[in-house]
Design a protein around this ligand. Structure first.
Ligand SMILES: [Zn+2]
Length: 114
C-alpha cells in the first residue's frame, strides 16, 4: 500500500510521462505522414523518406499504446491495489512504479509475457 506521499510522487511521474508521450506522438505523426511523390528530390531520398515514415509509424503505434496505458494507470491511481502486480499480485516497489509508470505489472511477469 502506498503512502499518500508516494501516491503523489507516482501520480506526478505518470502525468510527466503522459506529457512526454503526447509530445512524442505529435512529433511522430508529422514524420509518419505519407510521403508524397514530390516531397523528395531523387529516387533514393524518396525511398529514404518512406523507410523513415515506416519506422515513425511503428514508433507512433508504440507511443499511442503507451499513452493509453498511462491514462489507464492514472485512472486507477487511487485504487487500493494500484501498487500490486496485475498478474502475480506481488507488491510493485516504488522504483518499479517510477521506472515504468505505464505498467501495472512487475518485471518478472512482464518478462514472462514475452
Ligand atoms: Zn508479477
Amino acid at each position: 500500500m502506498l503512502t499518500p506521499k508516494e501516491r503523489k510522487t507516482v501520480k506526478a511521474a505518470i502525468e510527466a510521462a503522459i506529457v512526454e508521450a503526447e509530445a512524442m506522438i505529435e512529433d511522430l505523426r508529422t514524420r509518419a505522414a505519407p510521403v508524397s511523390p514530390d516531397s523528395a528530390i531523387g529516387r533514393l531520398s524518396r525511398m529514404d523518406s518512406m523507410v523513415n515514415a515506416g519506422t515513425a509509424r511503428m514508433a507512433l503505434d508504440q507511443a499511442e499504446k503507451k499513452l493509453s496505458r498511462l491514462h489507464a494507470r492514472l485512472d486507477r491511481i487511487d485504487d487500493a491495489n494500484f501498487d500490486v502486480c496485475g498478474v502475480c499480485a506481488g507488491q510493485l516497489p516504488m522504483a518499479r512504479l517510477l521506472a515504468a509508470p505505464d505498467r501495472g505489472v512487475c518485471v518478472a511477469c512482464l518478462q514472462q509475457k514475452h
